[in-house]
Ligand binder design. Structure first.
Ligand SMILES: [Zn+2]
Length: 88
């Protein structure tokens, strides 16, 4: 399963950081690592991502670092970092 960053979601502001929303929805304790497989950095934000090549076009939240949030290419997700639904 590959994932891709959604573009143009910067204006889609919630009342709190998306990373906090992700933590609440996944019940994740502590500070997550960047969710991209192969990246060793800490997550700095909750990115909006979608599945590549899937009928499921829902938006999901995934913790990423700044660099990985700017990727245009699809990437693999770490299995131990879950996604959360982005819809309210
Ligand atoms: Zn990263």
């Amino acid at each position: 399963m590959e994932w891709k960053n959604l573009k143009g979601t910067g204006d889609n502001q919630a009342s709190k950081p998306w990373l906090d929303v992700w933590k609440e929805r996944t019940n994740y304790k502590g500070d997550p690592p960047c969710g991209r497989k192969g990246c060793g950095k800490a997550a700095t934000l909750g990115a909006h991502v979608i599945k590549v090549d899937s009928y499921d076009k829902s938006w999901y939240l995934l913790p990423l670092c700044d660099a990985c949030n700017k990727l245009d290419d699809p990437f693999e997700k770490k299995e131990n970092v879950p996604v959360a639904p982005a819809a309210k």
